[in-house]
Design a protein around this ligand. Structure first.
Ligand SMILES: *Cc1c(COP(=O)(O)O)cnc(C)c1O
Length: 359
């Protein structure tokens, strides 16, 4: 069996030791004679799995008792609607920063429920930066300010969080648990699991308790934070297997030295890759230096004609998922927590070879 190096943007690589543990426990989870998938979500076995995952997640991010941690379904995309449904009434104004495709989608969805003020946009420069905070045109009556901390497609990341006088909300789908974050700065953090937390099907929402309990009456119960919090995220059947696997990833992260430990590795991995790009006259990063993502690294070559040769040569070497998004072109290497440093080393070595051959 040969495992490839997986640079996919999502669903993405999972730690090999996590997959091995899941495999070992597949047929008989802790002496139950069943797999986790076959156990009732109300059983003491699964309730323990769920509680341990939440405890480990809280420990990793240092989440205080002021926050609920919810394990939901529907992906980050469903939260684009759940957030205005829970936090606004019709006619309210909300502030959004437009840093790329995912903020654009969040803006469009929120626009169905309230008045969205786009405080700044980097669209005019093809999303190559975070618009200067000084230039943001904040409204004076916004219910909240929404950012996307890491734009998965264009590879732009916030490296410091903006101060906000209104509740700050962040889509962290593609950099959740990749670095330490001051949760107290935020009213709500959310993300789909399939980039950095676990398999698809699970959505994690960290929400300040003070903001829960005034969802619009038409809010589906499964999307109402107060309803889900009082049911321990089990107002209906939760995605039990994804929740279990995310729990294994949380434990793996603790063994890596927690978020500070993984952050150091992530900095090193991204540093090597950006150095390979910047030290060459062949590869080019479309993102301004200050906003470059440590998770998703797009890069282009002098001629788009080279793209397919790059991809097929990479696949021959076991380097998968490098084809760039059509909006950006070129290549994109997603180097989430579970992508080992050896994968980045192998990619950098291949980039040198390819440049030598085609440069
Ligand atoms: C992938 C992604 C989403 C969408 O997630 P789904 O779980 O597919 O709804 C939203 N925001 C960001 C930043 C993403 O990377």
């Amino acid at each position: 069996m040969a495992r490839i190096f997986n640079f996919s943007a999502g669903p993405a690589a999972l730690p090999q030791s996590v997959l091995e543990q899941a495999q070992a426990e597949m047929l008989d989870f802790q002496g139950s004679g069943m797999s986790v998938m076959e156990i009732s979500h109300r059983s003491k076995e699964f309730v323990a799995v769920a509680a341990q995952a939440e405890a480990d997640f809280r420990a990793l991010l240092d989440v205080s008792d002021d926050y609920h941690v919810l394990f939901l379904q529907g992906g980050a995309t469903t939260q684009f609607a759940a957030i205005p449904l829970n936090l606004t009434v019709s006619g309210d104004t909300v502030d959004y920063v437009d840093t790329g495709s995912w903020s654009t989608k969040a803006i469009k969805e929120a626009g169905k429920y309230c008045n969205v003020n786009v405080v700044a946009s980097a669209k005019d420069s093809n999303y190559d930066r975070i618009p200067d905070v000084e230039s943001w045109q904040l409204s004076n009556d916004a219910k909240y300010l929404h950012i996307c901390t890491n734009e998965t497609i264009c590879g732009v990341q916030f490296h410091s969080m903006p101060a906000s006088t209104v509740p700050l909300i962040a889509d962290m789908s593609s950099d959740f648990l990749s670095r330490p974050v001051e949760v107290d700065q935020f009213a709500l953090i959310y993300g789909g699991a399939q980039k950095n937390i676990g398999p698809a099907g699970l959505t994690v929402v960290v929400v300040n308790k003070a903001l829960c309990g005034s969802a619009r009456s038409e809010t589906p119960g499964t999307l109402d934070y107060a309803v889900q919090a009082s049911a321990d995220s089990m107002s209906n059947t939760p995605p039990t297997y994804s929740w279990y696997l995310a729990g294994l990833v949380f434990r793996w992260l603790k063994a890596q030295g927690g978020l500070a430990g993984i952050d150091a590795v992530n900095q090193r991995k991204a540093g090597k890759l950006y150095a390979a790009i910047d030290d060459s006259n062949f590869y080019h990063s479309p993102v301004q230096l200050a906003a470059r993502s440590l998770m998703n690294v797009p890069f282009t070559m002098p001629d788009a004609v080279l793209n397919s040769a790059f991809v097929s040569g990479a696949e021959e070497r076991g380097l998968w998922g490098l084809k760039g998004h059509r909006n950006v072109g070129g290549m994109r290497a997603s180097i989430y927590n579970a992508v080992p440093e050896a994968a980045v080393d192998a990619l950098v070595e291949y980039m040198h070879e390819f440049e030598h051959e085609h440069g």
